[in-house]
Design a protein around this ligand. Sequence first.
Ligand code: 3JN
Length: 341
Amino acid sequence: MLQKKEKYVVAVVGATGAVGTEMIATLQQRQFPVGKLRLFASEKSEGRSLEFKGKKISVETINENSFKGIDIALFSAGAERSKKWAPVAARSGCVVIDNSSQWRMDPEVPLVVPEVNPHDLDWHKGIIANPNCSTIQMVVALKPIHDAAKIRRVVVTTFQAVSGTGKKAMDELMQQTADLLNFKNIKCNVYPHQIAFNVLPQIDKFLDNGYTKEEMKMVNETRKIIGDNSIRVTATTVRVPVFRGHSEALNIETKKKLTANQVRELLAQAPGVIVFDAPEKSIYPLPIHCDGKDEVFVGRIREDESIENGINMWIVSDNLRKGAALNAVQIAEVLTRQLVG
Ligand code: 3JN
């Protein structure tokens, strides 16, 4: 059980990865009350150290006793490691906020976006799941629309940055771009096809129903977070040669009619959302503007003239921040704020 303290012992598991390093930066930037920070990664990172608040912290490998004395552990080390170590950490009395897909659909584990369903933190049993990056930014924008007009169906197409795959994918995009511009042959190690100057309609593995795992994560996670299984969601997830920032084109059908202006007003007041929508001046959200930002940016808000109650819009957010590290730290902030000492 997490106890109210002035400062907490916090761990980052998967500390050397793209999300792990962002978690460390986010804890520092938001001045989370960290008394001590412990960093864990695989054997490959043994001997490395990372900086936090101007001090070097050595990266450790995990063992059965690692989590003793840790209050909060932010995990971003993949589903396999979460499967093995999150229950060990929870048994040691530490609250795990897990960024992998391992526990997200487990009925015993809350799946939380603080702007949408902070109340679900009340029933955690030691593990809290952080949703998929594409789901997080979508539900932040959908929630106020659902509350006002009840969403019946969402059709979403994503344009996802390579940092969603991790550092190796960022290096691959960089290397392929440089090689192609220098008339050299390229190597494809991370993705099944060339990613530089290309668009890949596949994120994660294909399932038997013809969708990818990423697409079905968006469907299932959205319903669990919003808490309404009647919402129909269909997704096409696409990888684009962008380093940071996922974009999404949404078509939303609601029970009650909303005008584009009503949606603009609802979203302008919604927590964590910035409406960036002045088409006459070519103003709409772009990944290059959202890099390093905390909010979910929404633009191109317009009525779908092909159906009775439809809205189209365009959403962009930094996948490593709100899509991963920031959401996890915000969960820790809500948890510690709720404690009574
Ligand atoms: O590709 C992206 O933009 C997001 C990737 C997420 C991801 C990648 C590998 C494994 C996940 C995730 O968060 O769902 C996982 C996973 O935990 O299954």
